[in-house]
Write a protein that binds this ligand. Structure first.
Ligand SMILES: *Cc1c(COP(=O)(O)O)cnc(C)c1O
Length: 372
């Protein structure tokens, strides 16, 4: 079935009690045992499993083309559970332009328990190849990346990882399975902050991992999840399923709006650089065309001057709301470096935009005022 159909049907819960079309929400934390001590429906305690969580996992695995998925209380919990499945002495390679929190959790927490990490620029495949070691277990990339919208070639990263006996994981939060499915290019794991486009309305905090194959790694990650407990609430899963049903439609509108915004910024005299993979001048444009069916709703740009000048532009925005995060119906604007912590590699004059679902004409008018 096509993506639009899967988005509506792949997580369906058959409701035996009332035949409801919208799925029921199972709030119970505990489930009844049979007289012989079994759990006939497979549920016993909701840290281990819950029908709404499993429905969301089925839905996301369907969309990404994976055998199985696990949902977590946030994208960060998903990242931590995956990395937690590796151990002291294992080596991980991360691309230099990944989500700030991913770099932080790896550097500040996992290095403390003996995990080795290297951070390299994946736009150079030679740099990645040189970083591989005999004990490299995982290569972690993000494309498009945050916040510079860099594109890396999924297939070449997967092949370098596999040649070295490592797994390849991609943070697919920015693209979503509506635009890019890394598992189809051979990746082993896809990670999501479902807080963003999958939820789609800025009202859900949720994360997920999708695995190409069920197997040993899935069981190790599931064990981390059950033991450490970063599981989502049934209501968050329910909201995310409702969001995903409209994901393919929303992504088309986000892409259309972002393309208009990027073209406008690219031609604006008060903008010195625009980062959007849909622009033919973007260094990753050809790669993006090969592996994505649309270029997404995220745009970043740089203005003359430094942090003060960028903050002034952000302050003059009206329709664009000043907030972090992305992927919701409202367009958001943020000065990214001051959102991240000291030591960030984000340029001080960079502004990041999440293009919402407003009419592009109104967004362009607002940006024109902000830049004046
Ligand atoms: C937000 C985000 C995360 C972290 O997800 P949370 O749900 O906030 O924990 C990870 N990666 C990317 C690309 C993100 O945008």
């Amino acid at each position: 079935m096509k993506l639009e159909t899967l988005a509506v049907h792949a997580g369906h819960i058959a409701d035996e009690t009332a035949g409801s079309i919208a799925p029921p929400i199972y709030l119970s934390t505990t489930f009844e045992r049979s007289t012989d001590g079994d759990y006939p429906r497979g549920y016993h305690y909701s840290r281990s499993g819950n029908p709404n969580r499993e429905a969301f996992e089925r839905l996301l695995a369907g969309l990404e083309g994976g055998e199985c998925a696990l949902a977590f209380s946030s994208g960060s919990a998903a990242t931590a559970a995956l990395i937690g499945a590796f151990g002291p002495g294992d080596h991980l390679v991360l691309s230099s332009d990944v989500y700030y929190g991913t770099r932080k959790v790896v550097r500040e927490y996992f290095e403390r328990w003996g995990l080795q990490t290297s951070i390299v620029d994946f736009t150079s495949v030679d740099a990645l190849r040189a970083a591989m070691r005999p004990n490299t277990r995982l290569v972690w990339a993000e494309t498009p990346s945050n916040p510079l919208m860099r594109i890396v070639d999924i297939e070449s990263i997967v092949s370098i990882a596999h040649e070295a006996g490592a797994l390849a994981a991609f943070d697919n939060t920015f693209a979503t399975p509506a635009l890019q499915r890394p598992l189809e290019f051979g990746a082993d794991i896809v990670m999501h902050s479902a807080t963003k486009y999958l939820g789609g309305h800025s009202d859900v905090l949720l994360g997920a991992l999708v695995m190409r194959r069920a197997g040993d790694l899935l069981e190790r990650v599931r064990d981390v999840q059950r033991s450490v407990g970063g599981v989502p609430s049934p209501f968050e899963c329910w909201l995310a399923m409702r969001g995903v049903a409209t994901l393919p439609c929303r992504m088309r509108a986000h892409c259309e709006g972002a393309a208009a915004v990027a073209a406008f910024l690219d031609g604006h005299e008060r903008v010195i650089a625009t980062h959007y993979p849909g622009l033919p001048s973007h260094p990753g444009h050809q790669t993006a065309r090969r592996q994505m069916s649309g270029f997404g709703g995220m745009v970043s740009f740089q203005v003359p001057g430094g942090a003060d000048e960028a903050l002034d532009v952000v302050a003059r925005a009206g329709l664009f709301l000043r907030a972090t995060s992305l992927g919701g119906v409202h367009s958001l604007i943020e000065h990214r470096a001051s959102m991240e912590a000291p030591g960030t590699t984000t340029p001080a004059n960079l502004i990041r935009i999440s293009v919402g679902l407003e009419h592009p004409d109104d967004l362009l008018a607002d940006l024109d005022r902000a830049l004046a």
